[in-house]
Design a binder for this molecule. Structure first.
Ligand code: ATP
Ligand code: MG
Length: 790
């Protein structure tokens, strides 16, 4: 009897191309270490890969997908691969393609929990009372809807804000609790009305044929739980399940996965308990620990070799995370040679920090004696809070450094910033039709589509600009009533602002504020009650502050348009700016971690809300941040920081105290820029380090000549109070410490003599650049400048 080899039968059933592929050697297996190889080989049954940062979890997961495809175990559409972002899914697909040597077609089930859930829900929407074309609400809509319900229920919205209800309901959804399932012990939530409002909210959504983010998962879960036939179908389809960043799954996601894997148990989860940073969104590290219970006999694989970072970086990260209690604990080692220590530097304020990082980025780009040349793509700035980004965006725009913001629009792409700039453009050139179109009815001036179209027609017929056409329309009486009056005021405004731009001595900063006020634009956002409005007003403030660096509005507009233009070329290398949360799973040769100050990082809010648990999550975030770096990691903090227009002084982050001193090099801050504010911060001094090394390291910073100079300078001047100033940025009450005829130095214009003083503004006759108006804190005394290493 001839032997029958099952695997032959299996192969024979495969299409030829797959058989050819299966016969090829598998090069993607060659560069895996034995533990990774084991994770890839264990194709069937549950696998848990639990390992520290940079140990190649994602790499092994990707190789596993390649292996499933190559061996013909699964077709592309039979693999469910959950990644943390859609971007990560695309990258993984590309990587699988590269491993296999051909593009992978049709992996529809590779994506985030949300993107995969949307697809499933569209197919079965009717099972939860929706139509398949349901809309997905964003946070704005969600909050608006809840507000309506709160008001209708006669609840005082001031005491019980919609945001609070939104947080509560999201929390329940993360825990897979429908209104009926919310435990009695939580009945007191939201003034005892929480569950009732939750139920009403779900009803409203159904009527609107809408879902919110949390529903995407919850509805699918409900379908799986109530329709075994549907569940069985997906269990058959998804023959292999893979999950990256498993430590950040919440209960709903966990149940969703468990149901799908229940039949075949072919589930492979990879994660790192030390990188769980979404507790605030309901992630449960405990899911990792439950895995072995739910899937008995699971192969548990630990990876310990780190391939990403130098030993100093690893040791610094391990030092910080060691302070957390209740970790699973693990050792990481690397074969990479020593490299650079983690660098630590303290700055006077956030602007100085941004300036310094900008210079460092440029230095690395050129390459120095100490550091190899790096592309801008190799560098990233990871911030704790998105408001930190602005200082970098501004600085980089000023020095013309291309950057990208990951996970949100860049500052100059924001709606309110573009609107405001359209106003500035009109002031500079009233015939800028695009700008005219953009703001002619923003704020609302009673000019409907029809009136706007008429203006367009008149312009075309007469070959004139839109502004001129609007005048013709008014003259001809083609528009009447309130609209006419408002249009006239708008046109007169443009003319007045334009004249002002031509007037010598006119401060462009004051003018910019006037424009936004007179046009009603600032007021429009002041009146706006949506949750975004305060942020938008902040951005406007900050836009105007950014004008300080320029001589006039035109210079500023040109600069921005040049930079934005350059940017559209995708090929351009760019430094990345993103939040620490968005940086999960990524890696960069050089990483900057600014803003390590108590209150900012660890975030005061997260400590207030969640106490020690919150602090530990912040610490894991620090661990994530440090371990993104391959070769160079630079941590910085500032003594003063402007947060939403207010100066705050701060102490260095307690995480700095936890960095092991022998792996840290303390740099001397370069100098004197940005004095004038925040003397209180300096006077307060800094908290003592807890370790001996750290105390020494801090002492180094505070004993450095640059730091002492800053301190002396800070003490000389009282802290200005910009928040009390008459308008947004011009502080007429601030007094400059300079007097007439003082010699000063400005980074861009060089040496000069003070010839006029007005509040905190100086007229300086520069030796080479002529007379300029300069905000006092942008110059230093010439004598001090001489010993600053520029
Ligand atoms: P994180 O926890 O940050 O998500 P990770 O464990 O997923 O990290 P990967 O991103 O997969 O780690 O790998 C980190 C780096 O190490 C990558 O550049 C990867 O290519 C490299 N790497 C992983 N395994 C190996 C290996 N066996 N040989 C060489 N390089 C490897
Ligand atoms: Mg990873």
């Amino acid at each position: 009897m001839t032997g029958f080899d099952e695997s032959e039968a299996f192969e024979a059933a495969l299409p030829l191309s797959r058989r050819a592929m299966a016969a090829r050697p598998a090069p993607y297996l060659d560069d895996l270490n034995p533990a990774q190889r084991a994770a890839v080989d264990a194709l069937d049954g549950p696998v848990l890969m639990l390992a520290g940062a940079g140990t190649g979890k994602t790499k092994a997961l990707t190789a596993r997908i390649a292996h499933l495809l190559t061996t013909g175990r699964a077709r592309p559409n039979e693999i469910l691969a959950v990644t943390f972002t859609n971007k990560a899914a695309r990258e993984m697909k590309d990587r699988v393609g590269r491993l296999l040597g051909e593009a992978v077609e049709g992996m529809p089930w590779m994506g985030t929990f949300h993107s995969i859930s949307v697809k499933i829900l569209r197919r079965h929407a009717e099972l939860v009372g929706l139509k398949s074309n349901f809309t997905i609400l964003d946070t704005d809509d969600q909050i608006r809807l809840m507000k309506q319900l709160i008001v209708a229920a006669n609840i005082d919205e001031k005491r019980w804000p919609a945001r609070m209800l939104a947080g509560l309901i999201d929390g329940w959804k993360n825990r897979a609790l429908t209104p009926q399932k919310v435990p009695n012990s939580e009945a007191a939530a939201f003034n005892h009305r929480g569950t009732e409002l939750y139920e009403q909210y779900q009803e409203r959504l159904k009527t609107l044929n809408a879902v919110d983010f949390g529903d995407l998962l919850l509805h699918v879960l409900t379908i799986f739980q109530t329709h075994p036939d549907v569940l069985a179908q997906y269990q058959r389809w998804f023959r292999y399940i893979l999950v990256d960043e498993y430590q950040d799954t919440n209960v709903a996601q966990y149940l969703w996965l468990r149901l799908l894997a229940q039949a075949h148990h072919n589930i492979c989860c990879v994660g790192d308990d030390d990188q769980s940073i979404y507790g605030w969104r309901g992630a449960e590290v405990g899911n990792i620990l439950r895995f072995e219970k739910d899937f008995p006999g699971a192969t548990v694989i630990r990876l310990e070799q780190n391939y990403r970072s130098t030993p100093h970086i690893l040791a610094a990260a391990s030092g910080v995370i060691a302070a957390n209690a209740g970790r699973l604990g693990k050792t990481l080692w690397t074969e990479v040679e020593d490299g650079h220590k983690v660098r630590l530097i303290g700055h006077w304020d956030g602007e100085e920090e941004a300036r310094w990082i900008g210079e460092e980025v440029e230095r690395l780009q050129k390459g120095t004696r100490d550091f190899r040349r790096m592309s801008l793509n190799d560098m990233a700035i990871l911030v704790r809070a998105s408001h930190q980004m602005r200082a970098f965006e501004d600085r980089f725009l000023t020095i013309g450094l291309p950057y990208r913001v990951i996970g949100g629009p860049r500052f100059y792409e924001r709606l309110e910033v573009r609107d405001a700039m359209a106003y500035f453009r009109l002031a500079v050139s009233p015939d800028d039709d695009l700008a005219f179109e953009r703001v002619v009815n923003t704020p609302k001036r009673g000019l409907g589509d029809k009136a706007q179209q008429t203006i367009q027609v008149i312009a075309r017929q007469n070959g004139v600009t839109l502004a001129e056409a609007a005048r013709i329309l008014l003259a001809e009486g083609g528009i009447s009533g309130k609209g006419a009056g408002q249009l006239r005021a708008f046109l007169d405004g443009i003319e007045r602002w334009h004249q002002a731009t031509l007037r010598p001595g006119q401060s462009h900063i004051e003018l910019a504020e006037t424009i936004l006020e007179e046009s009603g634009y600032t007021e429009m956002w002041q009146q706006d009650k949506t949750p975004e409005a305060p942020g938008r007003l902040e951005n406007l403030k900050s836009l105007i502050e950014g004008l300080e660096e320029f001589d006039n509005l035109q210079g500023f507009l040109e600069h921005v348009s040049l930079i934005m233009d350059n940017d559209s070329e995708d090929a351009v290398e760019k430094v990345s700016i993103m939040t620490l949360h968005a940086a999960k799973g990524l890696e960069f040769p050089a990483v900057f971690l600014p803003g390590w100050e108590d209150g900012l990082f660890p975030s005061q809010r997260s400590m207030d809300e969640s106490g020690l648990k919150g602090l530990e999550e912040e610490r894991r975030l620090a661990y994530v941040g440090i371990t993104r770096a391959e070769e160079l990691c630079t941590i910085s903090f500032a003594a003063n920081r402007r947060v939403y227009g207010q100066w705050q002084s701060a102490l260095p982050s307690r995480f700095i105290d936890e960095l092991p001193g022998e792996h840290v090099e303390v740099l001397t801050p370069p100098g004197l820029y940005g004095g004038g504010f925040g003397a209180a911060g300096m006077a307060a001094g800094f908290g003592g380090g807890s370790t001996i090394e750290q105390k020494a390291a801090k002492a180094d910073v505070y004993n450095s000549p640059g730091w002492k100079r800053m301190q002396a300078r800070g003490a000389e001047r009282p802290m200005a109070q910009p928040q009390e100033a008459r308008n947004m940025v011009i502080d007429a009450t601030a007094v400059s410490s300079f007097v007439l005829d003082d010699r000063v130095f400005h980074q861009k214009f060089g040496y000069g003599t003070v010839v006029g003083i007005e509040g905190d503004k100086l007229d300086v006759a520069f030796d080479k650049a002529g007379v300029k108006k300069i905000v006092a804190r942008f110059v230093v005394g010439a004598a001090q400048a001489d010993d600053v290493p520029f």
